[in-house]
Design a protein around this ligand. Structure first.
Ligand code: ARG
Length: 459
């Protein structure tokens, strides 16, 4: 059996099943670059401190660069005994540069190493995910701008409520993603601190220059307590919550669009690129992309809750339970990356049917406007609400439309109704009246578009 990195004190062999159970190389190899980059900085810090010579440092750096190159070109061969990415890289480094490789791990533990690798890896990957969020916002804003004058029913309780701009609906989702983007930026900054130089748990024995290490690796600071440094995975928890919340937002827009693409609504039609058919029913065109997005939200929540269950009972410092942190993190990154791009694809390619949206508006959706008409005539709103409600009932009793009531009909409900009540029966007017910032009037929607565009264009 191959020699274990930690095999000195062991005499018996490890059960092969245990070996496989213990191994993380098949998934943590994704962090190969972070592992090599962290080690290169560490070698430099060792030489800066005089713990290794300049020449030894150069050998280590060049060997680690070769190891990294083997990974990126697909030439790295994982061997039996390569327990994780850290042991695999150190084993290979030894094969390439000989015994000086054994100096690299001086004062370091896989405990501070793995925590550093994960932060480096997630910092990079989360930045890519962030770019996908911004792209999704950009696509949504562009669409909102293009379709500014399309109007549709706005819903509460899925009941037709008030007319709104289609753009206003689109932007409501863009704003959620904008808050997701900000949250992600904040959390990347929060976890961008260095664990390396903490040793196994108690601290570094050769007073390594941790400020230098932090700077080399682009961390804004180092972590100020070694026990905390090796055991803290709050950044994984926070990222998984972020991912879950962002997937919730994606799931909710998916649900909206699934409803809007049904035959009964027919407000939107997904592009063929994001739909599938039925193996039995020839007429079917199903919004599978949206259903998958909704479903994947559950998967990401599973990653978060699964990780939290592993995390919650761990005693202080490093325990092997912590190896369970990586797969949920990787899976969440992959799922978010795919979901954000698919959402952007669906949103930018679907067809909309403005006529169908408009035909779904009905005069009863202007009942609030009817009340507001009386408010403008000086009637207290609470009264006008009742009067307009009575008008709705009158129209319903006659099996007619609210807008078909004559001024005479309305006057029986309140003397303030006059001929100009006719102006209430316009969906456009209703929309334009909601012109306070944040409303659905054109000016407010344009303001939102400008704000989001400005935000997108900075940095
Ligand atoms: N593969 C391990 C992990 O992912 C690396 C750290 C192992 N440390 C240890 N003391 N066994 O957590």
């Amino acid at each position: 059996a191959p020699k274990k990195l930690w095999g000195g004190r062991f005499s018996g062999a490890v059960d092969p099943l245990m070996d496989a159970f213990n191994a993380s190389i098949h998934f943590d190899k994704r962090m190969y670059a972070a592992d090599c980059i962290g080690s290169i900085a560490y070698a430099k810090a060792l030489s800066k401190n005089g713990i290794i010579s300049k020449e030894e440092c150069e050998q280590l750096v060049s060997g680690l660069t070769d190891v990294m190159e083997e990974w990126s070109s697909g030439k790295f061969v994982i061997k039996a005994g390569d327990e994780d990415i850290h042991t695999a890289n150190e084993r290979r480094l030894g094969e390439l540069i000989g015994s000086v490789a054994g100096k690299l791990h001086t004062g370091r533990s896989r405990n501070d190493q793995v925590a550093t690798d994960m932060r480096l890896w997630l910092r990079d990957e989360a930045s890519k995910v962030l770019a996908h969020v911004k792209e999704l916002i950009a696509v949504t804003v562009a669409r909102a701008e293009k379709e500014l004058d399309v109007i549709m029913p706005g819903y509460t309780h899925l009941q037709r409520a008030q007319p709104i701009r289609w753009s206003h609906f689109l932007l409501s989702h863009a704003w959620l993603w904008q808050s997701d983007a900000e949250r992600l930026e904040q959390l990347i900054d929060r976890f961008n601190v260095l664990p390396l130089g903490s040793g196994a748990l108690a601290g570094h024995v050769f007073n390594i220059d941790r400020a230098f290490l932090a700077k080399e690796l682009g961390f804004r600071d180092y972590i100020h307590n070694s026990l905390y440094a090796v055991s803290d995975r709050d950044f994984v928890a926070e990222f998984l919550f972020w991912a879950s919340l962002t997937m919730t937002h994606i799931s909710r827009v998916a649900e909206d669009l699934i409803i809007y693409s049904s035959g009964e609504f027919a407000f939107v039609k997904l592009a063929d690129a994001y739909s599938t058919g039925s193996s039995l029913m020839p007429q079917k065109k199903n919004p599978d992309s949206l259903e998958l997005l909704r479903g994947k939200c559950g998967r990401v929540f599973g990653n978060m809750s699964g990780f939290m269950m592993s995390y919650k009972g761990i005693p202080s410092t490093y325990n092997k339970d912590l190896q369970e942190d990586k797969e949920p993190m990787f899976d969440a990154v992959d799922t978010l990356s795919g979901s954000l791009q698919i959402t952007a694809g669906v949103l930018s390619t679907m067809e909309i049917f403005p006529d169908k949206m408009r035909a779904s508006l009905s005069a009863d959706m202007l009942a609030t406007d009817l009340a507001e008409y009386l408010v403008r005539k000086g009637v207290p709103f609470r009264e006008t609400h009742h009067i307009s409600g009575a008008a709705v009932k009158m129209a319903e009793d006659r099996k007619g439309s609210l807008s078909d009531l004559t001024v005479e009909d309305l006057k029986t409900l309140h003397p303030s109704f006059e001929d100009d009540v006719a102006s209430v029966w316009s969906f456009e007017t209703s929309i334009e009246n909601r012109n306070a910032p944040g409303g659905t009037a054109k000016s407010s929607v344009l303001e939102q578009i400008n704000l989001l565009k400005t935000w997108l264009s900075k940095k």
